[in-house]
Design a protein around this ligand. Sequence first.
Ligand code: TYM
Length: 342
Amino acid sequence: MPEEIKNNTQTTEKKKRIFSAIQPSGTITLGNYLGALRNWVKLQDDYNCIFAVADLHAITVRQDPKVFKQNILNAYALLLACGIDPEKSMFFIQSHVHTHAELAWLLNCYTQFGELSRMTQFKDKSQKHADNVNAGLFTYPSLMAADILLYQADLVPVGADQKQHLELSRNIAERFNGIYGKTFTVPDPYIAEVGARVMSLQDPTRKMSKSDENVNSWVAVLDKPETIMKKFKRAVTDSEARVCVGEGKEGINNLIGIMSAVTGKTADQITAEFEGKGYGDFKTAVGEAVIEELRPIQERFDRYINDKAYLEEQYRKGAEFALKISQRTLDKAMKKIGYLPK
Ligand code: TYM
């Protein structure tokens, strides 16, 4: 177990605790990377971090069993490749830790129908999958709240699209604490300034999403360099032909945002650098910067995914630790509700 987390289970907490998770969809995008994963890696030294592959969440849309199984393993390997370090952080697969589903059920009974109905992601996804508007899709935020509250997390690093779900997690925690006394830490969102909302390359008014049918709208972390370049070259821009942030320039704003997140340069620095140059040059430069950022991750991914024994060892260890910590919170919540101890 990472030393810090071990200590925290026994003595007083020094560093703040962080929880976050990602769904194992086939494609982990540049949006996921810039909006979340990259920040998780950076936070590992300053916080006690707990990360998960949220595979229980993933079946709210239909999955092919064989493909799903591979996607879960790929996501675990890819996060390691991005820099999640199991010596520093607790890192597990959600379905391996039964407390998540159990607390989710309890929290469902402290979550209002009206609250869930207001979730924009539910509205979007139920439109997109009109033939499968299942109860899990609707109650998904209670499971997300359970993920976070089980570990008494102080902070949750996410992209801007998850903010509404996080607010609901806070409301659920406060409601439960209000009825039974302090049981859960009320978590704060942790949304980075740069990269929190990476937009589609084809329709920059919408977020970059793997569920977008147009493959040119997203870049996958594992896309080949030539594919990445092709997608950036096809990115939608405007007719002004000036690399600067502005109204009605959503495409260029997005590309500047990506460039800034990857290189650490400010929008002004980028504008100065590309003064007098056309969009073609700029798109190529953004493509190159992204390719270089992702290259070492892709190389490490190839190594991890071919070492099944190592992956298994890590996710087993991660699940064991996660169960130990989360079981305590679950027991506490059940006791408060009035369940008989086993
Ligand atoms: P998911 O799997 O959709 O996305 C994982 C993370 O990536 C961020 N993200 C983005 N950030 C910037 N620009 C984008 N275009 C973009 N697309 C995605 C998301 O905000 C997220 O941080 N329900 C969650 C997973 C989850 C979770 C949790 C997160 C399950 N339990 C508990 C936090 C805490 C989800 O579906 O994320």
